[in-house]
Design a protein around this ligand. Sequence first.
Ligand code: GMT
Length: 380
Amino acid sequence: MRKLKIGIVCYPTVGGSGVVATELGILLAQRGHDIHFISSSIPFRLNKRYPNVYFHQAEANQHAVFQYPPYSLSLASKIAEIVKLKQLDIIHAHYAIPHAVCAILAKQMVEDNCDLKVITTLHGTDISTLGHDASLHEVIKYGIEKSDMVTAVSQSLVQETYEIIQPKKEIKMIHNFISDDFTRIETDLKKELGIHPNEKVVLHVSNFRQAKRIDQVVKVFAKTLETGKATLLLVGDGPEWSSIQNLVNCLGIGKSVIMLGKQENLQEIFSIADVFMLLSDKESFGLVLLEAMSCGVPCIGTNVGGIPEVISDMENGYIVPVDDIKFAANRLSKLLSDDELHEQFSKDAINKVRERFSVEKIVEQYEDLYLSVIDKVGVQ
Ligand code: GMT
């Protein structure tokens, strides 16, 4: 396998696209490639030193002449600088804007010196949310069409991109992935949280944005409480946090709900869960579902976006319509009360993750993609 020099441009903050970009970079480095992360700060999952992994910070300086610091221009300039200095073969931009567009601008800046290729991965909100904004539509289309190769994280996102953006460009689907090491672990967390060892735990983890529909998770849980005791664990923080706290109070279920806020050690949290719920009304993939399933936690997810590509209805979880509280509550009660069914779904979830979303398979797909787009003569 030829060793490549790859620049990865991503968001450094907590969020699926940053997680996927960082984990992919670390794995590619373990396979011998040189990886150069270029971002506004160190990606949060890059929390230790790895061989062959470098970080370059793009900073937007404030000058009196600017009303807003031009981060996109600083990023493009930093990408061009690192491409020339390190002779990068590829920039892999995660998210259409500004990352793909900055990479394309950088490519134009260096084209006399290097034969750089730009690969763009679409993650979801760059299309499903920003693609509807008329002020951004054309620049997203430009970023897609001028990339040397474009991927999207689910078949549903490929389709949505053609519908919303209508680019004249092939978009390849490469699913997200999860490490085989992300499994259920022994933990005292239930005890720490004051949850009885036999009590069932329902879990939701997200960035608490409106599209995650945590109100539905709470209402579905409240309905199942009518049939038996359980705890709902809500993990994450974001714009909806306060209104969800209010909803929990209004429904009078405060004693059965624990809101943990943002947490680092998610593996421990998934390890005490019995069922995971993601009832979003927009979701290109749902990386958290893979995390839950990898720990043997059956999931209930809505029939939107890429969620049905991850959960197999009635095999390792349930697919439910958006806003159908009664239907989802019925599914949740069944999973919480039928131990045999739960065991069967749990095993199937682990098997599906290992067979379809294993890190080895997906990283190979990206490597093959890189090799198919680079100028073979230009790489040692
Ligand atoms: O879910 C979010 O709001 C964060 C967002 C992001 O940009 O990081 O996540 C998107 O990318 C993830 C990784 O590919 C996907 O697993 C999420 O489904 C996707 N979010 C949406 O489509 C809403």
